[in-house]
Design a protein around this ligand. Structure first.
Ligand code: ATP
Ligand code: MG
Length: 138
């Protein structure tokens, strides 16, 4: 078993019907889907998920955005999952994302950047536990 990371396809990318294309990129990137679901985070749950950013100026906008419609959440497994997934999705700001990355192709701008990826092994576990019980993982 490799390491895990946690991802969300964000509301605007789900609305734009990019779910299938993004999941295909993830699987072709060597990640195994351990858990997967579509869920609409309410304002409170979106705020809790991103609470590390609660003092940042963009927090209110981020919580509004992440609760505006359903997301696709998933746990992914691969050796070196966290770092390799951040490479696959590209920089937070799509204008700075490398060619061939998911954000370069699917993100709208810095605020609406299509996809989330955990930033550490510890956060990957915390975020996975936030969204999935052990019975939802295969
Ligand atoms: P994520 O955690 O969603 O994978 P990230 O780790 O690349 O993104 P963070 O710094 O954790 O970036 O920011 C979380 C999210 O907050 C970003 O993905 C983006 O949607 C939003 N965000 C970050 N910085 C800004 C900003 N300066 N203005 C507006 N929104 C921002
Ligand atoms: Mg982050």
């Amino acid at each position: 078993m490799g390491n895990i990371t946690f991802t969300m396809i964000k509301p605007e990318a789900v609305e734009a019907k990019h779910t299938g294309s993004i999941l295909k990129r993830i699987e072709e990137g060597g990640f195994r889907i351990v858990a997967l679901k579509k869920v609409h985070l309410n304002h409170e749950r979106a705020g809790l998920f991103y609470k590390v950013h609660k003092d940042r100026p963009f927090y209110r906008e981020l919580v509004e955005y992440m609760s505006r419609g359903p997301i696709i959440s998933a746990i992914l497994e691969k050796d070196n999952a966290v770092a390799d997934f951040r490479t696959l999705i590209g920089a937070t700001n799509p204008e700075e994302a490398d060619e061939g990355t998911i954000r370069k192709e699917f993100a709208t701008n810095l605020s609406m950047n299509a996809i989330h990826g955990s930033d550490s092994d510890d956060n990957a576990i915390t975020e996975s536990d936030f969204h999935f019980s052990s019975k939802e993982r295969f």
